[in-house]
Write a protein that binds this ligand. Structure first.
Ligand SMILES: *Cc1c(COP(=O)(O)O)cnc(C)c1O
Length: 407
């Protein structure tokens, strides 16, 4: 636990969008031109102070940044180890970190002259954040969602429709996220001149993993400044849950070059370690099986798959972590040993949500509760002088139905 780690300069993918062997661009020929256009426009926007000023204003006035870094006094005392700070992304508009990326990509769509955005959504959280930004910027918005998910997430479907978005049910395959992604891609191929595909995590073909990371790196930049102001030194540990990996990399990025800062990404351990029972792609040291490198939805990364290469089904109590692939930059940070990846079970996450609710007065999203669970496991073994930052990626309102079953 006291071993030092190898610092990594903030990871810039190479010109082909590679993080080591991972990442890249595995798409049909028809999508090469729009991805190149996105890359070009993004480079241009990144160098334009007016773009940053506009984004900063929206993040501040509309989304509610900066988010607080809260010292969790009672949780620190309860666990009896490290000093715990919570980065409160749950306090943002729409209830999670996702709005950071949606605002950024929404402005890119406007800059490209595209009047329409397309998104896919599983539980509906990314769909709601996208619909929100589309309304704010006057864009039309189509969200694809599996009909199975629509059934389970009625409230989010209604939210998107109230915000003026069109929600299209996808009835093929397992009628969940993977199938919705396929339909959204089909739409994009057909309407690529007028529409921007607003991807929701650090996944997909280059340049998406880099763009989405960059729109979330403000989480770590704020946290770094806040902890230095408060403690006059850097933290020893960062904890974040990892679905695609956007909230985690958003926190980690600002600390990658700091050798003393250790990083822990927490995946969904679901209800068992065999394939189909979990969504842990990098936590192989904990005995979760079935992940190896492969291509899924445009990028080369760790993918949960069967022996003959079929994409595996996954399971998690938390929809946001329930995905068979992980962002390519995380695969690379795992190979380098720069970040550590682990997983907790459904049950541990639910218990952690209860603990945080009762001890700190915060009901976390079930995704975030995975990071809380790993922290609860480790903090008691840490020294009282050590400092931890936990990224609380979202609030638990959306999960009340699930949580109510366990109260
Ligand atoms: C969507 C979501 C996640 C998972 O996505 P990442 O890209 O891994 O951050 C985590 N937490 C919350 C609250 C979410 O809504």
């Amino acid at each position: 636990m006291s071993s030092t780690v190898v610092p990594v300069d903030s990871v810039v993918p190479d010109t082909r969008g590679r993080y080591g062997p991972y990442g890249g661009r595995y798409v049909p020929e028809t999508l090469m031109a729009p991805l190149e256009e996105l890359e070009r426009v993004y480079a241009d926007a990144s160098a334009d102070p007016a773009f940053h000023a506009q984004l900063d204003t929206l993040l501040h006035d509309f989304a509610g940044r900066p988010t607080p870094l809260q010292f969790a006094a009672r949780l620190t005392e309860h666990l009896g180890g490290a000093r715990i700070y919570i980065k409160r992304e749950d306090l943002l508009h729409t209830g999670a970190h996702k709005i950071n990326n949606c605002l950024g990509q929404g402005l890119l769509a406007v800059r490209m002259g595209k009047k329409r955005v397309i998104a896919e959504t599983g539980a509906g959280q990314h769909g709601v954040a996208t619909a929100t930004v589309a309304a704010l910027l006057g864009l039309s918005c189509t969200v694809y969602m599996g009909t199975e998910d629509m059934e389970r997430q009625r409230l989010n479907v209604n939210r998107m429709r109230l915000l003026g978005s069109e929600v299209i049910g996808v009835d093929s395959g397992s009628r969940t996220l993977k199938d919705a992604i396929n339909e959204a891609m089909r739409d994009w191929v057909t309407n690529v001149r007028t529409s921007h595909y607003l991807l929701g995590s650090v996944l997909g073909a280059h340049p998406y993993p880099q763009i989405v990371r960059d729109f979330h790196k403000i989480i770590g930049e704020e946290a770094r400044e806040q902890i230095l102001a408060r403690e006059k030194r850097l933290p020893d540990f960062l904890f974040a849950c990892v679905g695609g990996g956007s909230n985690a990399i958003g926190l980690f990025n600002a600390f990658l070059g700091d050798a003393t800062v250790k990083m822990v990404g927490v995946e969904a351990g679901g209800r068992g370690k065999s394939l189909g029972e979990h969504a842990a792609r990098l936590a192989t040291a904990r005995g979760f099986s079935g992940a190896r490198p492969g291509v899924l939805q445009g990028t080369y990364t760790y993918v949960l798959q069967t022996a003959d290469g079929q994409i595996a089904t996954t399971h998690s109590v938390s929809a946001g972590l329930d995905y068979p692939a992980i962002g390519p930059e995380h695969a690379w940070l795992a190979d380098l040993g720069r970040a550590e990846y682990t997983a907790v079970t459904n049950e541990e996450a639910i218990d952690a949500a209860k603990t945080l609710a009762r001890i700190e007065g915060i009901i976390p999203a079930l995704e975030s509760a995975h990071a809380v669970a790993e922290l609860i496991r480790r903090a008691p073994k840490m020294r009282k002088s050590e400092i931890v930052i936990l990224n609380l990626s979202g609030r638990g309102d959306k999960d009340m139905e699930t949580l109510s079953r366990y109260v």
